[in-house]
Unconditional design. Structure first.
Length: 179
């Protein structure tokens, strides 16, 4: 005669009763349960450690930390944060979503209107950058239109003495904001 278990007979047959036999000898103690939160140093839960756990395994966005340290107004920094994350509704994005008939830039009507094109690649924006860079005696900084705007900014700031980085950062973001 086969031993009857607390599991449904059909499940017990599928498992082969091995699991049931193992669990039959388990004794629970009266000790209180403990919870260890592995995402903090002291193993206790906090909202800050839970927020940090969300980003485990993710890679940081290029230039994001420097962006928030600039002296530009908050709305300008937020705009560029959206640019970093691809959150601006450019002509190219509106075209992909079927919201407009063409994705061409409204200023030059030559190339798709992406944020990198608007900020650096457009003939209008290149002229604006040239005027301001010459006025500030920074004409040695060359704008490469094929380069993403954030990479250009990070590369261009390294061409200057460290003393000028903070002012240059604000200058780049304010000109980009105005464009």
């Amino acid at each position: 005669m086969q031993k009857r278990h607390w599991l449904c007979p059909c499940i017990a047959e599928q498992v082969g009763c091995a699991l049931c036999d193992l669990l039959e000898n388990v004794q629970l103690s009266d000790a209180p349960d403990t919870l260890f939160w592995r995402f903090s140093k002291d193993y206790t839960y906090s909202a800050a450690s839970a927020y940090g756990a969300i980003f485990l395994g993710s890679s940081p966005v290029l230039g994001a930390k420097l962006l928030w340290k600039t002296a530009a107004p908050h709305r300008v920094r937020f705009f560029f944060w959206l640019c970093l994350h691809g959150g601006c509704w450019t002509g190219d994005r509106r075209f992909r979503h079927g919201l407009q008939l063409s994705n061409l830039c409204v200023m030059c009507n030559q190339e798709p209107e992406t944020m990198d094109h608007i900020l650096l690649g457009c003939s209008f924006s290149r002229e604006v950058w040239h005027i301001w860079l010459v006025k500030l005696h920074l004409q040695d900084i060359i704008i490469v239109t094929e380069e993403p705007s954030i990479q250009w900014w990070l590369r261009a700031r390294k061409l200057l003495p460290k003393l000028l980085w903070r002012g240059f950062d604000s200058f780049v973001f304010l000109i980009g904001w105005m464009i």
